[in-house]
Write a protein that binds this ligand. Structure first.
Ligand code: ZN
Length: 340
């Protein structure tokens, strides 16, 4: 099928599961009841994605509070009580972050059961998202390594163990989320892509990297105002990403200031083109979605284009996210008809 739609990752949590319209929502249940409610929420979103015509579905990150901490929670040698103030994403926001005190180890598989549950409930392509090594390092203070590149490589090794297990559970696409790639462009070229490839080593399933300008939260909106009329961060990193072993690149397009012609720097990659704006509650029309796909077609052949959301939809309301899923599916369908 041409233009198989997929989503960047997260979807809102239902109000009976967690606080709504928050990036760091608190769970509303505990223990077995919480575990059951997470599975129920994932089931609802799988069904909604299928009904909307999404071809590569995800769990909507219903099992975790946040994509970075969801993975790190069970990792040993991170001291969650030893908080260090750090300006993350190059000082875009200052937060208290936990501290790495030794070489990180997984205490147990993190997401395998969740992936197996989703696999049992859909015949569509199944995507699972993990934080990328550079973004993990930008969310933790280093109390052990002394060099960010070394810390990233250590996390890449445990991400790789996790990714291989997810693949064994039947996951079709493993996506590493690297919003930090748009911030530390020199580091991306020096060691970021090497760490990413280490995280993906040996995977036979589809691999993807998601590089965005962040959720539509206040700090990000302010940062975006400083980026000028054209956002050309991708220009600095796409050539090296194109040479990498990662198969797909997920990027922002619609309503952002990214010149879509920059996808011309990725001639060897499949492109997850952001056709849904996650920083706005306005639901796109199928015509708008198809229009963004048409723009992308000027710089890439149809076989390499997968319409996608710009980023995760976690902070949106459930109603808006449902509407955007439908627009994504309908817009891809319209683009197919226009082409055929
Ligand atoms: Zn994103």
């Amino acid at each position: 099928m041409l233009f198989p739609p997929t989503i960047a990752g997260s979807l809102p949590k239902p109000s009976w599961l967690a606080e709504t319209e928050k990036l760091w929502p608190k769970w509303k249940l505990e223990g077995d009841a919480l575990a059951q409610a997470k599975r129920d929420a994932a089931l609802i979103w799988i069904k909604e994605q299928e009904d909307a015509g999404i071809e590569i579905v995800s769990d909507g990150e219903q099992f975790r509070t946040h994509f970075v901490h969801g993975f790190l929670e069970t990792v040993e040698d991170i001291d969650w009580d030893l908080k260090t103030k750090m300006g993350i994403r190059n000082n875009r926001y200052v937060v208290d972050v936990p501290t790495v005190t030794g070489r990180p180890k997984r205490s147990r598989p993190v997401h395998a059961q969740e992936a197996a549950f989703c696999r049992a409930h859909t015949k569509k392509g199944l995507k699972f998202t993990l934080p990328g090594p550079m973004t993990i390092c930008d969310t933790l203070a280093d109390g052990h390594f002394g060099r960010r590149a070394d810390m990233a490589m250590a996390f890449a090794e445990i991400l790789n163990e996790e990714a291989l297990e997810l693949e064994a559970e039947g996951v079709d696409t493993i996506q590493f989320d690297e919003p930090a790639f748009n911030v530390f462009m020199d580091d991306v070229n020096e060691w970021g892509i090497a760490a990413l490839e280490r995280a993906a080593r040996g995977l036979k399933c589809t691999t993807a990297v998601h590089i965005c300008y962040g959720y539509g939260i206040e700090a990000n909106l302010k940062w975006k105002e400083t980026l000028g009329a054209e956002w050309r961060q991708y220009e600095a990193i796409f050539p090296a990403i194109n040479r990498s072993s990662i198969r797909q690149v997920s990027l922002e397009c619609t309503n952002s200031h990214v010149p879509i012609s920059l996808i011309g720097l990725l001639p060897d990659k499949e492109l997850l083109i952001g056709v849904i704006d996650v920083a706005s509650n306005t639901i796109e029309t199928p015509e708008q979605v198809a229009g963004t796909i048409t723009e992308a077609l000027k710089h890439a052949d149809a076989a390499r284009i997968l319409p996608c959301t710009n980023c995760g939809m976690a902070p949106l309301s459930r109603t808006v996210a449902s509407g955007k899923l439908k627009a994504l599916g309908a817009g891809a369908e319209l683009a197919r008809r226009q082409l055929g």
